[in-house]
Design a protein around this ligand. Structure first.
Ligand code: GLY
Length: 371
């Protein structure tokens, strides 16, 4: 049984996210059934050389059965493919294939492929539709929904990008069977973030189901994905382009998390592990920098969040980076404004705020946290 979640964003075409086991086989039929794709012939599937050998055959067969003519491009797996050079190569290939404005791009892969393919689609002939077929837990619970696209520059990650909402998202939970353990925990980090920011109901549901999710129970996994999609769709609907101060809540744990990733060369630890560490720190920083809570409640919240993260297989991260390097990396973060550090701080479940925190406070709390 598949779950369907409709994403309705102001000023954008509504789209559906389907979540279920084995639904890749009906991708072509689902697309053909949509009015906007009834006449489409050409599809370009963008994937990578890890995912392609596993699932491209199934996707191509499903598209062909529904009368689509599909071509594909597989980029090397990994962050290095999220570049202007690779985007340029794909645009050239699309032009050489004579793909017109009536073509459709399908992103088959994790966050890197989704960001790259979304970016490519958003600019080719001033924009063609993109459909996401996420193949990692992280991309199912976060990056395939909400329309952020990006490539990296040598100067930093995600520095060039667009907002380009997908036309459809097909999250086949069967593909998670081949996901390495580290990537599983990575997705669990973002699920924990969503639960903490969303509600007591989500947080305590996840607390109860954490061991089952860590053990990859199919029912709990599908429900966790659905809950994250509903949560994210609700946030993005209030602030599609992250200008109204709402979508920023999705960056909870990311200020320190991104700094750890940058200082450890992207890849030593997964994004989700680094976000989990950022959440741990943010809960402690909130004691000094967030408003309106006494220390007792904050301690209880930080302890409950620690317990959740540990149950998801995300214990305190021994990253070995010192406070000075982390401070430098956070100052370069694109969330900083006018050189001032900004954090999403949660002082309880579902109680968050964006706070400018003075450098000396961050540095002191960081030293305490790392001790
Ligand atoms: N992953 C954060 C966002 O989509 O805004």
């Amino acid at each position: 049984m598949a779950t369907r979640i409709d994403v309705n964003l102001p000023g954008e075409c509504a789209y559906s996210v389907r979540i279920g086991a084995g639904i890749l086989a009906s991708l072509g039929r689902n697309l053909r059934g949509m009015d906007r794709f009834a006449q489409v012939r050409d599809v370009l599937v963008i994937t990578d050389d890890n995912v392609g050998p596993l699932y491209l055959g199934k996707v191509r067969a499903s598209l062909a059965d529904a009368g689509f003519k599909a071509a594909d491009i597989a980029v090397p797996a990994g962050e290095r493919s999220k570049s202007l050079d690779v985007a340029g190569e794909i645009w050239s290939a699309m032009a050489q294939m004579a793909l017109g404005r009536d073509c459709l791009v399908v992103a088959l892969g994790g966050g890197v492929v989704g960001d790259l393919a979304g970016f490519v689609a958003s600019a080719y002939m001033r924009g063609v539709p993109v459909v996401h077929v996420p193949t990692t837990l992280l991309s199912m619970v976060d990056s395939s929904v909400g329309g952020k696209t990006a490539v990296d520059l040598p100067e930093g990650k995600n520095l060039v990008g667009t907002f380009h909402q997908p036309s459809f998202v097909c999250a086949d939970t069967d593909v998670l069977d081949t996901l390495p353990e580290r990537e599983w925990r990575c997705g669990c980090g973002e699920i924990a973030k969503s639960a903490v920011i969303d509600s007591d109901e989500f947080f305590f549901w996840l607390m109860d189901g954490a061991a089952s999710l860590a053990a990859r129970d199919a029912g709990v996994t599908a429900e966790a994905i659905a809950r994250c999609v509903v949560f994210k769709a609700g946030v993005v609907a209030q602030d599609v382009t992250e200008t109204a101060g709402v979508r920023e809540c999705l960056n909870y744990g990311h200020t320190l998390g991104h700094a750890i990733e940058a200082c450890t060369g992207y890849g030593a630890f997964s994004h989700g592990e680094c976000v989990a560490e950022g959440m741990r720190f943010a809960a402690r920083l909130a004691a000094d920098a967030a408003s309106g809570m006494d220390d007792g409640s904050l301690d209880a919240f930080a302890a409950a969040q620690d317990e959740l993260l540990a149950a998801l297989g995300l214990p305190k991260l021994a990253h070995g980076v010192d406070a000075g390097r982390l401070m430098d990396a956070m100052r370069r973060d694109k969330k900083a404004r006018g050189g001032r550090l900004r954090f999403v701080l949660a002082n309880d479940v579902a109680r968050w705020e964006v706070v400018h925190v003075p450098d000396e406070v961050v540095a002191r709390k960081l030293k305490e946290h790392l001790a």
